[in-house]
Design a protein around this ligand. Sequence first.
Ligand code: IPD
Ligand code: CA
Length: 286
Amino acid sequence: MAELEPADLTAVAIQVAEQAAQHVRTRRPEVFGSGVTKTDAPQSVSTKSTDTDPVTIVDTESESLVRGLLASLRPGDAVLGEEEGGSVEVPSGVRWVIDPIDGTVNFLYGIPAYSVSVGAQVNGRTVAGAVVDVVRGTTYSATRGEGAYSDDGSGPVRLRTNPIDKVGLALVATGFGYGSARRRVQGELISALLPHIRDVRRIGSAALDLCMVASGAVDAHFEHGLSPWDWAAGSLIAEEAGAVVTIPDATSRSAAGNVTLAMAPGIADELGGLLARLGALEPIPD
Ligand code: IPD
Ligand code: CA
């Protein structure tokens, strides 16, 4: 199929991510109950890279739904997804990079911070993307060169990073991998960083962390070992809101341990320098 304008790809990303988010919203109470007490449904949960890396039946359903919608809306485009995979090579033409639930641990426990992320890449570079905060019902989206927006149902709002200029006041989101060796190094890094910043947040969905940099809900985000489905859409949303963004190569996967970093521009030099001195710009392989 001929390549569309990036804005057309954004419209597809929004449509697909919102439909998948609606499915995830509907299915959570069906599978895990709707009360405040965590309900186990062992038959609906298995694990992946480690015993603490879960995948639920709803992750699988959401990815199937996204793939089905993309096959009908954009037949012939390549797809890379967290659960069903895809080619490591970057294809020519459009590749959709999807995370059917980003924040699966939160989804499992009933913590209201999980999302569906759909990005469109051309030559490994994201040109369009949407992230839907499932519980809030907010859609974040961006088209390369055309800005980033959020929409909670009342119309699009242009996103801008915070006008912060002091690292000492920065609220920094981060996340930790599923393997214990990397987590030890990540923990040491946080203990070295913490005295220099306002505080840290570990939200539990990297895609939402990046959208929160865009909306000003945090001032920066960094994490080692993200895969393209975690950062594809969110990094563009952060960048289009004005963030200074560093992402791994599109062929890089979690095991390589490369850093993803998004910072409000007023603290980018100072925070980037601090992270470099702490060794935080180096990979933390698994
Ligand atoms: C995870 C989340 C989390 C991050 C992990 C990711 P998943 O994705 O984005 O915030 O810290 O590294 O793997 O497993 O919930 O799709
Ligand atoms: Ca993810």
